[in-house]
Design a protein around this ligand. Structure first.
Ligand code: F6P
Length: 362
């Protein structure tokens, strides 16, 4: 039987196993065998790191978090920008991958990954390796797709945390700061904040000030609400002049060491007469099983990726354009990230409900 290869690369997220299962089932009914390469791209250069997948050994994984194939997000395959300004991989490594694909008679390789892994996949494509991409990141910031699977599960995690913080914040009349993931964008903070009823949402796309947050806290007090829930994306920028390191280090380093949630909480506590606490949600957002939305999206992506291979439509990435699943050139998906539109409907609706983004008082 002809063979399809699949690997999962980069930070894990709920739904990876659903893609693996969907790929395996779809391929099986079309008469293909599936080879799962282990530990991301590493499995392509080490002959022992693969396993043959079939409907039996992938049964039950739809609902499981993580990836049965393992993943790596650093190392020799990490896409590096070369002197030419383009992402470059070691040509010897690419040759070894091409050799594996040929030797194992893989007709097409499915790379499930985020921005970095898809850039690597694009390099493979340019070297003539038959590859298709499946977009993955909890951050939902990949261009060319409305949704990445894992995002909805992360939003649920954020909303659940806010639900819990709500009751304890109200009981103790505290300000709670919840730091969520989102290195470059505020998608999780925005959607999680709306779903969990946050009062203040701080994201990289909207500059904010402490004064505006405090005005919101004060406004709530006049409405007899003596607690406030703040969600901050890890990549949100501190107000300029906010914090300078003694050793002359960068503001980003300060954020990385302390975490922006902690920085915001400590700063606020020094400015208001109220207890402030912070929580870093961290990798809880990446763990656990996928929501039903992510199960459907991941399954559709897997089935669609197999179809692209059977059509020999390589160098493409499957994507979501609701209500359809489509595909675009991988190159188009990796050249920039998709940021939250400050004038978009989610931000507008949140503002209309009185949520504060820290850019205006209250
Ligand atoms: O890219 C997804 C992401 O979840 C980011 O939001 C976060 O900064 C990063 O992964 C954390 O990755 P690591 O597992 O390397 O700490």
């Amino acid at each position: 039987r002809p063979r399809i290869g699949i690997l999962t690369s980069g930070g894990d997220c709920p739904g990876l196993n659903a893609v693996i299962r969907a790929t395996t089932k779809t391929a099986f009914w079309l008469g293909y065998d599936v080879v799962g390469f282990r530990d991301g791209f590493e499995g392509l250069v080490d002959p022992i790191r693969f396993q043959v997948l079939n409907p039996r050994n992938t049964a039950g994984i739809l609902v499981q978090g993580g990836t049965i194939l393992g993943s790596t997000n650093k190392g020799r395959f990490a896409a590096r920008v070369g002197e030419s300004g383009r992402v470059e991989l070691d040509p010897k490594l690419v040759d070894r991958v091409a050799e594996t694909i040929e030797r194992m008679k893989i007709e097409g390789l499915i790379v499930v990954g985020g921005d970095g892994s898809l850039s690597t996949a694009q390099q493979f494509h340019e070297a003539g390796i038959p590859v298709v991409g499946v977009p993955k990141t909890i951050d939902n910031d990949l261009k060319a797709t409305a949704f990445t699977f894992g995002f909805n599960s992360a939003v649920l995690c954020c909303a659940d945390a806010l639900d819990r913080l709500h009751t304890t914040a109200a009981s103790h009349q505290r300000v709670m700061v919840l730091e969520v993931m989102g290195r470059h964008t505020g998608w999780i903070a925005l959607h999680g904040g709306i779903a969990g009823g946050a009062d203040v949402i701080l994201i990289p796309e909207i500059p904010w000030t402490y004064e505006n947050i405090i005005a919101k806290i004060e406004e709530r007090r006049t409405l007899d609400k003596h607690f406030t829930l703040i969600v901050v994306a890890e990549g949100a920028h501190l107000p300029s002049g906010g914090l300078v390191l003694d050793d002359g280090g960068s503001q980003n380093m300060q954020v990385r060491l302390g975490g922006i949630g902690q920085v915001v909480a400590e700063r606020l506590e020094g400015m208001i007469e109220q207890d402030v606490r912070f929580v870093v949600l961290g990798h809880l957002q990446r763990g656990g099983g996928p929501t039903t939305f992510d199960r459907v999206l991941a399954s559709e992506y897997g089935a669609h990726a197999v179809r692209l291979i059977t059509e020999r439509n390589f160098g493409r990435m499957v994507c979501s354009d609701p209500p359809d699943i489509c595909h675009v050139p991988i190159a188009e998906a990796v050249d920039q990230i998709r940021t939250v539109d400050p004038g978009g409907s989610a931000v507008q609706s949140a503002r209309a409900m009185g949520m504060c983004f820290g850019d205006t008082p209250g």
